[in-house]
Design a binder for this molecule. Sequence first.
Ligand SMILES: Cc1ncc(COP(=O)(O)O)c(C=O)c1O
Length: 394
Amino acid sequence: MDRQKIRSDFPILEDLIYLDSASTSLTPEPVLDAVLDYYHDYRANVGRGIYRTAQIADQRYRDAHRKVANFIDARVGATIFTRNTTESINMVAMGIGWKKGDKVVTTIMEHHSNLLPWMSLNKVGVELKTIMANKEGMIDLADWEKAIDDRTRLVSVSQLSNVLGMVQPVKEIAEICRERGAMLLVDGAQSVPHMPISVSEIGCDFLCFSGHKMLGPTGTGVLWVKKPEEIEPLLAGGGMVEGVGDHGYDIKQGYEGFEAGTPDISGGIGLGAAVDYLRDIGVEEIHRHESKLTRRLLMGLQAIEGVDIIGPQDTKGRGAVVSFNVTGLMPQEVALMLDSASNISVRSGHHCCIPLMKYLGLKYGTVRASMYLYNTKDEIDKLLSTVEQISRMG
Ligand SMILES: Cc1ncc(COP(=O)(O)O)c(C=O)c1O
């Protein structure tokens, strides 16, 4: 992997150290080109027209769905384009015909987007069970076994925590779900962009992720559904029906039945180009590179007096998301200092995980550095040296 060549596709990196890819990634030139080509050369609606540009648009938009489905090794089901992970999870929460007394199982580590949609089902009598983790984000499989019972309709878990960086054993959780007759939703917002994912191997029922966290345009996300008939489409309208009768309609098979109205066509095509870009480099290769940077960052932070790492202290079973705090300083102060002293962009605060922050006793949250394929060890060293200077002020 030629890092300099990759970096030349992200001109914004010339005067910025971007360590906030868990929030949203940067966009490489080939993705921008794909978006612009649509507008310049063949802008038309999809699934409607028969003229030449409409057919090209249709073909490219379909290709994008196919590329994304291949990327997650989806051999069955529908790969639906949404705006983001949040919309994908809400489509499942609102699309299932819940019964009073149904149970949803999730964990204390979830992002609000994988918590609030389940909390809101309280009004239709759905019970929410939250499994606790240890301070490093580990959950015993026995706890999953205990929590998932025959009333459990759905289990929803983030594969990689956006705060602690810990990876959950989703394949084993899927097995427990199968035994108990529950469905499994995997929130792949932080995993799909960074590690090879196969929905066929995991054996889940739903996978939700964000295109904008994996080099795609903002406003793009994905919901993969193993059995589309398990959920009702969130929206009804143009483009999603086979036929309309006097009192009802038949929805189209596949993703089209779930994408009523004109979709984000350029965004979808851009996401297809993002997947091409990631595949050309290789997701395993990206994961290896990120693990090296994560190890360097963890070791460096451990050596700085007054710095506390929140989450696992080594790279085993974790992704390229590292949360930490500096004694005597608020996370927001540290983030501002990193920006003003060294042009380093990191996230600070509760990371949309207020229940986890309360559980960990972190009133102001953490500083979070998150890495991607375009980051370098020199950037990590710059982060470390700046944190060291800042820690002397704490
Ligand atoms: C684990 C996890 N789930 C869900 C989301 C929500 O993603 P989006 O804002 O793209 O909907 C995020 C965003 O950071 C996340 O980290």
